[in-house]
Write a protein that binds this ligand. Structure first.
Ligand SMILES: *[C@@H]1O[C@H](CO)[C@@H](O)[C@H](O)[C@H]1NC(C)=O
Ligand SMILES: *[C@@H]1O[C@H](CO)[C@@H](O)[C@H](O)[C@H]1NC(C)=O
Ligand SMILES: *[C@@H]1O[C@H](CO)[C@@H](O)[C@H](O)[C@H]1NC(C)=O
Ligand SMILES: *[C@@H]1O[C@H](CO)[C@@H](O)[C@H](O)[C@H]1NC(C)=O
Ligand SMILES: *[C@@H]1O[C@H](CO)[C@@H](O)[C@H](O)[C@H]1NC(C)=O
Ligand SMILES: *[C@@H]1O[C@H](CO)[C@@H](O)[C@H](O)[C@H]1NC(C)=O
Ligand SMILES: *[C@@H]1O[C@H](CO)[C@@H](O)[C@H](O)[C@H]1NC(C)=O
Length: 462
């Protein structure tokens, strides 16, 4: 079946075998795009981008879903939708790690979707393959790489159906659009005409690393980040970090060609501040979440960072705890989570807690280095987990039920401990250690000093 209705607007007419498209242009420059396929109708909002044409004169669209399409009219009872959360995750993971590839051999157009990872991440590819029930996995021991590859017609159709319903948000969505355009042409013509072959060649030559045009009308588009998309993206492009053995942070990095995706993520994270269902008291004294953004001028990579410990604990952690991770990043998260708990509950301010925190920090930072065997890492992590369980059985130094900022807890703690904490103060003169040394406080030392020596004061040494 092929029905295409374009109104007030002409575009190349695609005739997919099982695809019906209806394009309606309203008085504004909005275009509504309906895609009817064998499982239902997908409603997408497309925004026309004026003035931008690629080499073939085809218009570029920026697509955003207006509503949650699955809920709206997309038939819920199909293989694609059974696994809604997974597919959102998959979309995020693809934004981070996926590739859309077109190759042309004489008249034959080959479309390929590929995710290539380090061999240690083979498991996540297996999960993807078994969830989607498409594609194959290849393993290259020599290069320590493994790949999930989809290239057969039905697999590619499934891939396109997924990303039409679970939209990509980075500039990779432009690559997907080109890829999809090539699919529609290929579906239409068993033997591709020279003109269309030329078109596909142009698409191919303007994609991925060869892409030069990233602009599309973003004035109206607002990227809505799904929590599962965020986790998928984090698993590819995120970092659970500990800086200088003391401060925790969460970072997401992406080239500035995906700036509006970065803005979407920032808005999403800031909005988490409104999620107060995890607070113990009525009065929330915790400041809203703050995202800092920094660009590396050399690489044009933008880093979004959340580093406030309260924000990480009260706003971010509940989201992460509720989410499903599929890659090795989960191990990072578990380590990072322990460090976060040690700090927020004040164990970090005890000797034992601080030492464990430093152990976590060390393994987190060198986990991916090749100098540590993965067996060893496993054992170290097990040992850390055991120590952690033992430590948190003890009363926590800070009372987090009070929902007061971490810095306030630290201050209270240090005031409470200042007077009672015994000190060791050694005082030397030219003759050596003075009588009574070491003293247990500065005031005791000072008092003795006044009775024994006259000016000039001896220098205090530790
Ligand atoms: C959307 O889906 C949720 C859960 O499946 C349902 O409760 C809600 O009524 C749906 N909304 C619409 C507008 O269909
Ligand atoms: C979904 O489809 C399956 C078979 O394809 C069928 O057995 C089942 O009853 C359907 N469920 C609903 C809610 O329509
Ligand atoms: C939080 O919610 C309030 C009211 O519900 C709203 O005014 C405010 O803009 C929200 N803040 C964020 C960051 O979403
Ligand atoms: C956000 O964090 C940055 C860096 O930590 C700080 O300079 C800025 O004042 C913070 N903004 C708010 C609103 O807290
Ligand atoms: C990205 O950053 C580079 C400088 O690092 C700048 O020249 C370029 O205009 C930026 N692109 C976008 C889309 O902001
Ligand atoms: C783990 O703990 C056990 C028992 O405490 C110890 O013998 C072992 O050396 C530790 N392993 C590592 C890698 O630290
Ligand atoms: C520090 O003070 C707290 C009370 O805020 C007390 O419970 C704790 O035992 C003290 N710790 C040390 C090491 O003195």
């Amino acid at each position: 079946m092929s029905i295409i209705i374009f109104r007030d607007y002409t575009l190349d007419t695609y005739q997919g075998d099982d695809i019906v498209q209806i394009l309606l242009q309203s008085k504004t420059r909005m275009i509504t795009y309906l895609c009817l396929n064998d499982v239902g109708i997908t409603l997408l909002l497309f925004i026309f981008v004026s003035g931008i044409k690629n080499k073939m004169g085809l218009r570029k669209f920026s697509s955003i879903t207006v509503r949650d399409t699955q809920n709206e009219s997309f038939n819920n009872n199909n293989s694609v939708n059974k696994n809604n959360e997974f597919l959102h995750w998959f979309s995020g993971f693809t934004d981070a790690e996926g590739n859309f590839l077109i190759s042309i051999d004489r008249n034959y157009v080959k479309l390929r979707f590929k995710i290539s990872l380090h061999i240690d991440d083979l498991k996540v590819l297996q999960v993807i393959q078994s969830n989607l029930n498409i594609g194959r996995i290849t393993v290259e021991e020599v290069r320590s790489r493994c790949s999930f590859i989809v290239e057969d017609i039905s697999g590619i159709n499934t891939i396109c159906s997924i990303f039409n319903n679970y939209p990509l948000h980075t500039s990779k969505k432009l690559d997907f659009q080109d890829f999809y355009e090539a699919l529609l042409i290929r579906t239409k013509e068993k033997i591709i005409s020279p003109t269309n072959l030329e078109k596909i060649l142009c698409l191919k030559n303007g994609m991925n690393s060869k892409r030069e045009i990233f602009t599309y009308d973003i004035t109206k588009s607002q990227i809505i980040i799904d929590p599962n998309w965020f986790i998928g993206f984090m698993e590819g492009e995120g970092t659970f970090g500990i800086k200088t053995g003391s401060s925790l942070y969460l970072q997401v990095a992406q080239k500035n060609t995906s700036q509006e995706c970065l803005n979407g993520i920032t808005n999403y994270l800031i909005a988490l501040s409104n999620n107060t269902k995890y607070f113990h008291t009525q009065s929330n004294k915790i400041l809203p979440l703050n995202v800092t953004s920094a660009i590396n001028a050399k690489t044009s990579v933008v880093s979004l960072v959340v580093s406030n410990i309260d924000a990480l604990y009260y706003y971010i952690l509940p989201l992460l705890d509720e989410s499903k991770f599929y890659s090795r990043k989960f191990e990072d998260f578990k380590l990072w989570r322990m460090a976060l708990i040690l700090k927020i509950r004040g164990y970090y301010y005890t000797l034992e807690g601080k030492n464990l925190f430093l152990e976590i920090s060390e393994i987190l930072n060198k986990r991916y280095s090749t100098t540590v065997s993965s067996e060893n890492v496993k054992e170290i992590i097990n040992n850390i987990s055991k120590k952690f369980e033992d430590i948190i059985k003890k009363d926590s130094p800070f009372d987090i039920e009070l929902d007061i900022p971490h810095t306030e807890n630290v201050r209270k703690f240090s005031i409470a401990n200042r007077s009672e904490k015994p000190k060791t103060v050694y005082i030397y003169t030219n003759e050596g250690l003075i009588e009574g040394s070491p003293f247990t406080s500065y005031s005791a030392a000072h008092f003795n000093l006044l009775g024994i020596v006259k000016y000039p004061f001896p220098s205090l040494k530790h």
